[in-house]
Ligand binder design. Sequence first.
Ligand code: ADP
Length: 265
Amino acid sequence: MSADTPLVKEPDAQAGPAATAGELIRFDRVTKRFGDHTVLDRLDFSVDAGKHVTLIGPSGSGKTTILRLLMTLAEPDEGTITVAGQQLFPAGEKQIREIRKNIGMVFQQFNLFPNMKVLRNITEAPVTVLGLSKDEAEQRARELLDLVGLSDHLDKYPGQLSGGQQQRVAIARALAMRPQVLLLDEVTSALDPELVAGVLDVLRDIARTTDITMLCVTHEMNFARDISDEVLMFDSGRVIEAGSPEKIFSTPEHTRTREFLSAVL
Ligand code: ADP
C-alpha cells in the first residue's frame, strides 16, 4: 500500500466472496452472557458498508459489548457475527490479527502510548503491523493530524495535550490503519465539556468526507442525529427500535425509546 492511496479504503475493497451486496457487518442471533446475566439476547442487526450507525440506549443495555465482540475482545456464547463475509468466531490468532487490522476502535479513555510522541503513536502500528516504511507511515500520519487539526502537535507527548487533543490523536491513530470499520465507544464521555465539541466536529468531518463504516455508541444525541444513517435503540440486549435519526428522535414508536430520549435530551 503506498502513501498516496486515499485516506480511507473503498468500503467494499476487502469484502469476501460471501458478503451480501452492501452488507459489511451482520449479527445473527448473538447471545452474550456474563455469568447468569444475559447481556445480548439473540441479537440480530446488520450494517451496510459506508453507513454510519449509532447505538443508543440505557447504560448496561449491551452497546459496548457489541463493539467489543466486533473487535474480538470478547466472544459470543451463541450466534454468529460476520464482517465482510468472514465469520469472526471461532477466531484463531492469525484471524484475530486480520480482523483488528480491518477494524479501528476508539475508546472512552484514549489509550495512547504515553512514552511515544504523537507522530510515533500514529505510525507505530502501520509500520509494525502493515509493514509501511517509516516515511510512508509519517506522511500518512501528517495527513491525518491535519484532518484532526493537530499538525502543530506531532512532536509532543500525549501528557502534554488536553484530553480532547489526545482523543483526536486516538482517532487519527485508528484511521492510520485504513480500517474498513471505525468503532467509537463513547469517545467524548471522559472529556471536560468544553473539549467535546472539537472531537465531535472531527468525527462529523470524517463521516462527511470518507467512506468509512462507522458504528458509534454515544450519549451525544445531536451528534447522533447529524452523522447517522440509522439509529438503533437498545434495551436489555436487543434492538427494540431502529430507523433514521429523523424517525427515532422525532417520532419514536416504542415507550422505552421515548422514556430514554426524554431522559437524555
Ligand atoms: P452499555 O455499553 O450499553 O452501557 P455494556 O455492554 O458495557 O453496556 O454492559 C452490559 C452489561 O454487561 C452490564 O451489566 C455490564 O456490567 C456487563 N458486563 C460487561 N462486560 C462485562 C464483563 N467483562 N464481566 C462481567 N459483566 C460485564
